[in-house]
Design a protein around this ligand. Structure first.
Ligand code: AP5
Length: 230
């Protein structure tokens, strides 16, 4: 991307949608486009788990079951991350907020920073496709690039196109755990769609389109003048 043409985001963008909707895939592209942090609470928690921190030890059994980690753990982690200087020009939130208390706390954090309302991008995907997307997902162990062995395979099986890193399967991408994650989404996160829609902050995006086309649409929504890929 041409650095000279990079535009300022200047706000928080929330990516909302069920597991497998494409939040992480899109957040990487959009954060890179604007040069702002991609804040994925799932990635932050997995990082704690892999480093065996006290927080990671608390979160691991909950994540392994497919349940949501308690709000207070996630809120402390996010508040600390948002406060860092690299978020001064905005950030893309992927997987947060996920409960009403998390959304209300985020409102307070953004108000305290005198930021305007966030833009909430809601990825709408046919539920019948989510299992295939999640069981087929593989992630680069080095750079975090996301693939799908069925629909977005790497050029060389098991290796990242960018850096040759090993492609690994997430521990929670097993069918039984996926069922729990989808149930947790319906019970605890889906209500946020109405919460943000009522406030006029939410835009639905067709998450069934090709990834590049979805990125183009999100950039249009964020006012870049980019045209969605055909
Ligand atoms: P988290 O890591 O946030 O997982 P998730 O929300 O379940 O979402 P995923 O990462 O599974 O899916 P995604 O929408 O990012 O899809 P992706 O782009 O990868 O959370 C994991 C766990 O951490 C939770 O269960 C919970 O325990 C805990 N946690 C995290 N945040 C929390 C919070 N705030 N509060 C409490 N607990 C929290 O794409 C998926 C696949 O689809 C890929 O293979 C990709 O290649 C493919 N794909 C993407 N886009 C397309 C497309 N347009 N067309 C076709 N295929 C596509």
């Amino acid at each position: 991307m041409d650095e000279a043409h990079r535009q300022t985001l200047g706000r928080a963008v929330i990516f909302l949608g069920p597991p497998g909707a494409g939040k992480g895939t899109q957040a990487k592209q959009v954060a890179k486009y604007f040069g702002v942090p991609h804040l994925s609470t799932g990635d932050m928690l997995r990082d704690h788990v892999s480093h065996d921190t006290p927080l990671g030890r608390r979160a691991k059994p909950i994540m392994d079951r497919g349940d949501l980690v308690p709000d207070e753990i996630v809120l402390d982690m996010v508040a600390e991350r948002i406060a860092r200087p690299d978020g001064a020009n905005g950030f893309v939130l992927d997987g947060f907020p996920r409960t009403l208390p998390q959304a209300e706390k985020l409102d307070q954090i953004l108000q305290a920073r005198s930021w305007g309302k966030p833009v909430v991008v809601h990825f709408v995907v046919d539920p019948a496709h989510l299992l295939r997307r999640l069981t087929g997902r593989r992630t680069c162990a080095i750079g975090g690039e996301i693939y799908n062995i069925y629909d977005q395979p790497p050029r060389v099986a098991g290796r990242c196109d960018n850096d040759g890193g090993e492609l690994i399967q997430r521990a929670d991408d097993q069918e039984e755990v996926i069922a729990e994650r989808l149930a947790a989404y319906e019970a605890q996160t889906r209500p946020l769609v109405d919460y943000y829609r009522r406030q006029g902050m939410l835009v639905d995006v067709d998450g069934m389109a090709l990834p590049a086309s979805v990125t183009g649409r999100v950039l249009e929504i964020l006012g870049t003048g980019q045209q969605a890929a055909r």
